[in-house]
Design a protein around this ligand. Structure first.
Ligand code: MFK
Length: 154
């Protein structure tokens, strides 16, 4: 299965969190499960992602939620409308991002993010995401993603 971010054409692939063309980026790769209507990604923070020794920096966790939500929005919208992202890449940007840090996230283990679309309406998708360190749910996020059809920031 191909990661959702790998469907982005090159001009959209420079994002710090998930762009495959950003050499300094996190290169997050999100996968969509059509049966479960759920997205997943995994990321293992490095020692320089420290907040307090032994624990992951919250800004990194927000970045993971952000880019996982963006890709989840594209997949959920494509799924809802029967589109093939290979032929019709969809471009979503973050309008709003809320992150709840439920407990400290240990630095070391691989983190798994799970995403679901709570609402797909017009150009807007609302995504809920959870971050797990092993069995522990440490972060819950919610993002509003808006599809842009032309240039960004114009
Ligand atoms: C680029 C593709 C490759 C992947 C890149 C991954 C990116 C990773 C995530 C990012 O870091 S993106 C960078 C950070 N985000 C930005 O800089 C976005 C800056 N904001 C904008 O450009 C505009 O505000 C935006 C495109 C998000 C919305 O402006 P529009 O004029 O297109 O939206 P509009 O006002 O028509 O609203 C569309 C819907 O979104 C809703 N909406 C807009 N802004 C909202 C907001 N802030 N909070 C909640 N909902 C919001 C709005 O209510 C409405 O919902 P309804 O249809 O239900 O009425």
């Amino acid at each position: 299965m191909k990661a959702i971010q790998l469907h982005y054409p090159p001009e959209w692939a420079h994002c710090y969190g998930c762009g495959y063309l950003n050499p300094m980026g996190l290169h997050l790769q999100t996968y969509w499960n059509r049966e479960r209507k759920e997205s997943r990604t995994a990321f293992t923070p490095s020692p320089h992602h420290t907040a307090i020794p032994g624990f992951v920096y919250g800004g990194l966790l927000a970045s993971l939620v952000d880019c996982h939500a963006t890709a989840t929005a594209a997949a959920a919208k494509a799924d809802a409308e029967g589109l093939d992202l290979e032929k019709t890449p969809l471009r979503f940007v973050t309008a709003s991002l809320k992150v709840d840090y439920l407990k400290p996230t240990p630095l070391g283990p691989e983190l798994v993010l799970v995403g679901r679309a709570r609402e797909v309406k017009g150009r807007k998708v609302v995504v809920e995401a959870e971050v797990y360190a092993g069995e522990a749910l440490t972060v819950r996020g919610e993002a509003v993603l808006v599809q842009i059809t032309e240039g960004f920031g114009g």
